[in-house]
Every structure is written in C-alpha cells, then in structure tokens.
Design a protein around this ligand. Structure first.
Ligand code: ASP
Length: 313
C-alpha cells in the first residue's frame, strides 16, 4: 500500500495511509488525504484560505478518478465549499456527469448537504489586497487592463511561501487499485470563472489501474494544452518506464509557446507501485508513505529542463 502527494499534502498523508491500513479503498484514501489540506489555513493554494480571484472571491476546483473503473468526478469555479474533493466524488457517484461548475456545482453541494463556508480568510484577503490595492492600476477588472496587469503582477499575487501549488494525491490500496485526487483554489488573481487543469480529467488528473496514474500542479493552462497527466499514463501504456514516461511528459511542456510560461510539476505512479515526481523547475519535492513507514518521507522531483519554444525556468 502506498500514498504519494505534492509536498503540501504532508498534512494529510498519514490520514490517507491510515484509511488504507484500515482496509479502505484508494479512492477513500485520496479523499481522506486531501480534506485536511483543504482545511489548512496556512495553505493559500487549496480550499479554506485559498487566494481569491480578480474580484476577491475564492473559487475552488477539484477532481477525483478511480483507476479501477475509470470513473471520474470534478467541480470547478465553486464558491463557499471547503471540501471540493468530496463534492467531486459525489458528482462521480451520484450523477451521470463528470464535471459541474459554478452555480450548478453550488446547488448540488447544497442538495448533498455540504455546509456553506466562507473560504476567504483575513490572511488570504490581506495578500490579495496588498497587491490589488497598491500595485494594480484601478479598472483592471476590465479585460484589457486585466491582461496587461496580470502580465506584470500575477506572480506577485501568489503566496510568497508557495507561489505555485495545488494538492495532488495518488493512492494504491491493498488490492492494487489506484486513485488520484486534485484540489486547488487555482491561479490566484485569476479571471472569474477560469478553470485550470485540476478539474479537467486528463490534464491535471488521470488514473488507470492497468498502467498507472499522474497528477499535476503549476500553470494549469500548460497541462491542459498537452493533457499532461494522461500523457504520462499513455507513455506507460506504450511500455515506457515510469521515469521515462514522466520525463517525456515534462519535456513536452517546453514546446509550448506561452507568454506566461511557468512551472508545471507532476507526481506519478505505475501499476506496480513505483513512484516519482517531475518538474520543469528546480528544487521541487513530493511526499510518499508506504504501509511499513511510521512517518512519511520527502523526496526530490526529477528536474526536466524545458527546451523547445518555452522559456527555461
Ligand atoms: N494547477 C493549478 C491551476 O492551474 C494551480 C497550481 O497548481 O498552481 O489552477
């Protein structure tokens, strides 16, 4: 049994492993691992205390995928929902759909009995306001001013401690089933209604018991354009090793022409439980825990320098 996660998943990885030890499924484990991250007020990239969008409103995205059945559920641009990962799972289990967004997802959350939680904390608001009030010209809610401003200030709007995150979890249970979960408050200061890779199956999340699983963090628009998580699984299907598959999917990012070219990081696992992390930027890590470990460990991600048309980080 094994759980891997992006580094900010450390607060939930032991809960996820406990679920597996108690006989729970890989799906149960990823949900249990992500919920504490969504509640962590110190993490400004996921759930409660996530950084808001351009208008100062927190909109969260999440997805979950079952590698045994290839069923998936996702929600995007949802307000006032602390546990978007659980809502994504409800979409998968209760509806004949994969992805719900905005007011439809909020209506479904109410029907499913999810409490309404104001996700914007004073802390996150202060980070947003500092940039918005002092550095951004007024009137930037309009498209042209937004585009101009975001070129210059988007990076500043992110949490200085953790400028690019989202939480990723992948679990492998006692029966060898894989599941993947992703939850995020998205790109801070994003245009309202923007979805990144996190709720898009194939872009930021993919799991297939037969071959493996992968999940992404970082500039979602890049992972969306290459279906990065699905690429890793496709390369595994074609017979590549996990390391070769992750390197190939990460290297491809370098061919994207993108004025906002940025970091994209992946965690990945193959069907046998080999695991690794990859990033097109330096110094990234991820965490992992097997059932014979008392505490989790942190490991470096393989740095794959982006070539091609993209900028090197
Ligand atoms: N991938 C997330 C998104 O694009 C953000 C991140 O991981 O930094 O919404």
């Amino acid at each position: 049994m094994l759980v891997i996660a992006s580094a900010n998943g450390a607060v939930g990885i032991e809960a996820a492993m406990q679920v597996l030890r108690d006989g729970g499924s890989a799906l149960d484990a990823v949900e249990a691992g992500i919920r504490p991250v969504e509640s962590n007020p110190a993490d400004h990239t996921v759930g409660y205390s996530g950084l808001p969008n351009l208008l100062g409103v927190v909109e969260v995205d999440a997805s979950i995928m079952d590698g045994r059945t290839l069923q998936a559920g996702a929600v995007g641009a949802v307000q006032n929902c602390e546990h978007a990962i659980s809502l994504a799972r409800k979409v998968m289990e209760e509806l004949p759909h994969v992805l719900l967004v905005g007011s439809g997802a909020e209506r479904f959350a109410k029907e499913m009995g999810f409490p309404e939680t104001d996700l914007l904390t004073a802390d996150a608001k202060a980070i947003w306001a500092e940039i918005f009030d002092t550095k951004v010209p007024s009137g930037c809610q309009e498209r042209m001013a937004y585009v101009e401003s975001i070129r210059r200030y988007a990076k500043l709007a992110a949490d200085p401690e953790r400028p690019n995150e989202t939480v990723n979890f992948i679990a492998r249970d006692a029966r060898g089933n894989l599941a993947t979960g992703v939850s995020t408050s998205g790109w801070s200061w994003k245009y309202p209604g923007r979805l990144g890779d996190s709720p898009v199956i194939g872009a930021g999340n993919y799991a297939d018991n037969r071959y493996g699983a992968a999940a992404c963090t970082g500039r979602g628009e890049m992972a969306m354009r290459l279906c990065t998580a699905h690429s890793v699984v496709t390369y595994l299907k074609l017979g590549m090793t996990l390391e070769a598959a992750g390197r190939a999917a990460t290297a491809e990012l370098g061919y994207l022409v993108d004025p906002y070219f940025g970091r994209v990081s992946l965690i990945a696992m193959d069907a046998r439980g080999n695991h690794a992390g990859f990033s097109n930027g330096p110094d990234a890590t991820y965490v992992y825990m097997t059932d014979d470990m008392r505490i989790y460990a942190e490991a470096p991600r393989i740095h794959v320098a982006a070539g091609g048309a993209g900028r090197r980080l």
